[in-house]
Design a protein around this ligand. Structure first.
Ligand code: ADP
Ligand code: MG
Length: 448
């Protein structure tokens, strides 16, 4: 297999593993050679190799086979002189841990900086808090807990903090990793009876950032270890930054003592984007693309159109713009509204699905086996009132309707009744895992 052929395999993998995984784990792989049925790759660190080996080796083999190179095994070796360090291995000048002072962090994306982060109303608090932590001054809130829906910039902000800290305070040991990686390291340490080493490493950092902490829910021994690591660092006044897709109280199967620890510092959420923020992000990206694809003309109104129509998450928005520029440059045409609609028809259609209150009432009634008329009727029995509150909650979450409007659709109820219903569900979600499962399912059904 040549380097070119590997390039093609890599493209296939990109489709399969998702952009983030691709950028983090596949792109940095350096194809070395195939010999005796073994495909070899160079990787920046052992940890990197272990991770890719556990998570992606099979897919790599399958795609290589599709491309005509059947191999039995995929192996990863650390290059003697790591090229430009992608992993967060923060230099430790007065090395406290000897020669192999190597933090098991995840690679940072170079593009995720404060400079490239567009600030708007929905994320200004999260951004300000992240900036504060990135100054590396005395710890004022611990932990910083960032939460919000997918694609709203949590990972971007965490990487930005890590970059900034590396520049401003190069002596600090900053460790960024996902909760899954934390778990993986922990399990590996248990297996290899290196738990002391594990503890030592994790308790020796100055700033610990754990991304997507919802993934350790239900994993009891990992939670336990996480809790102790967390406490040890807080006791030493070391900064901790955590992200999750929901508020601490809403993460199910997470021990209460951990929830309450996570709530001790500053809990900030990233709100869904608004039009201005989306437009700002598009303008920033378009500016960048204009330097990449010189000569391409972007017609007026295209960015406004996209900001208006694609309201899901920033990742989808970015993907749309990337595709648009690539397509326009390929066919050598100006980016007009027509071209945009043609090129992005699938994305636009997907974002078009507007959920109505009626649909929500119908789906919820079906799910709980009650009559649709009970949604708007007066019955106060719990088996009917609860689903009704769930429908109110979903109506608030999934439609742009105001509380009074929602009230009207629920048989002319007062807006305070709706508010009470919404609050009640929010409270229950924190403790009732059946309910949050139901909600997740309903949401998926409704949003298709
Ligand atoms: P999350 O971790 O919350 O799921 P990410 O941080 O991975 O989301 O963000 C998804 C994509 O959207 C990334 O490419 C990121 O750079 C981009 N993005 C999100 N918010 C912003 C923003 N405010 N400004 C610029 N880019 C953003
Ligand atoms: Mg993320």
């Amino acid at each position: 297999m040549t380097n070119d052929a590997w390039g093609k395999v890599r493209e296939e993998l990109r489709q399969r593993v998702g952009k983030n995984n691709y950028v983090t784990w596949i792109e940095p792989l350096k194809f070395a050679a195939i010999q005796d049925g073994v495909a070899r790759f160079e990787v920046p660190t052992m940890f990197f190799g272990d991770w890719v080996s556990r998570n992606f080796a099979d897919q790599i083999r399958v795609q290589m086979a599709h491309a005509g190179s059947v191999v039995d095994r995929v192996e990863f070796a650390v290059v003697a002189k790591p090229a430009e360090a992608r992993a967060v291995r923060v230099p430790a000048p007065q090395s406290r841990h000897g020669a192999d002072d190597d933090l098991p962090g995840a690679p940072l994306d170079k593009r995720f900086t404060f400079d490239s982060f567009v600030v708007g109303k929905p994320n200004e608090l999260a951004h300000a808090a992240a900036r504060r932590v990135a100054e590396g001054g005395p710890v004022t809130f611990n932990p910083l807990f960032l939460y919000g829906g997918v694609g709203l910039g949590k990972t971007h902000l965490m990487h930005a903090m890590a970059h900034e800290l590396q520049t401003r305070k190069p002596h600090l040991r900053v460790l960024y990793l996902s909760a899954e990686q934390f778990m993986y390291r922990f399990v590996q340490a248990l297996r290899e009876r290196e738990i002391m080493g594990f503890k030592e490493v994790f308790r020796s950092v100055d700033v610990l950032m754990v991304d997507d902490v919802q993934f350790i829910s239900g994993k009891d021994s990992t939670q336990e270890e996480f809790f102790h690591t967390f406490n040890a660092l807080v006791d030493q006044n070391k900064q901790i930054v955590i992200s999750a897709d929901r508020a601490p109280g809403e993460i199910k199967d997470l021990e209460d003592r951990i929830k309450s620890r996570l709530q001790c510092g500053l809990v900030v959420d990233l709100h869904p984007t608004d039009y201005e923020l989306r437009l700002g992000i598009l303008q920033t990206k378009a500016e960048y693309y204009r330097t990449q694809y010189r000569g391409l003309v972007l017609a007026d109104g295209v960015l406004e159109f996209l900001a208006h129509r694609i309201t899901t998450n920033v990742r989808v928005l970015e993907g749309a713009l990337t595709r648009l520029f690539a397509f326009a440059s390929l066919v050598g045409r100006e980016i007009t509204l027509d071209l945009t609609q043609d090129c992005l028809s699938d994305i636009l259609r997907a974002s078009d699905r507007k959920v109505t209150i009626e649909e929500i009432q119908r789906k919820v009634a079906e799910h709980y086996n009650i009559r649709l008329s009970d949604m708007i009727g007066p019955k106060r029995l719990r088996i009917i009132a609860r689903p009704r509150q769930i429908a109110m909650y979903l109506a608030k979450q999934l439609t742009p309707r105001s509380l009074p409007e929602i009230g009207r659709r629920f048989g002319g109820r007062d807006h305070t009744t709706i508010m009470h219903g919404v609050r009640r569900i929010e409270e229950l979600m924190a403790t009732d895992s059946q309910l949050s499962d139901d909600l997740q399912l309903l949401r998926r059904l409704l949003q298709g």
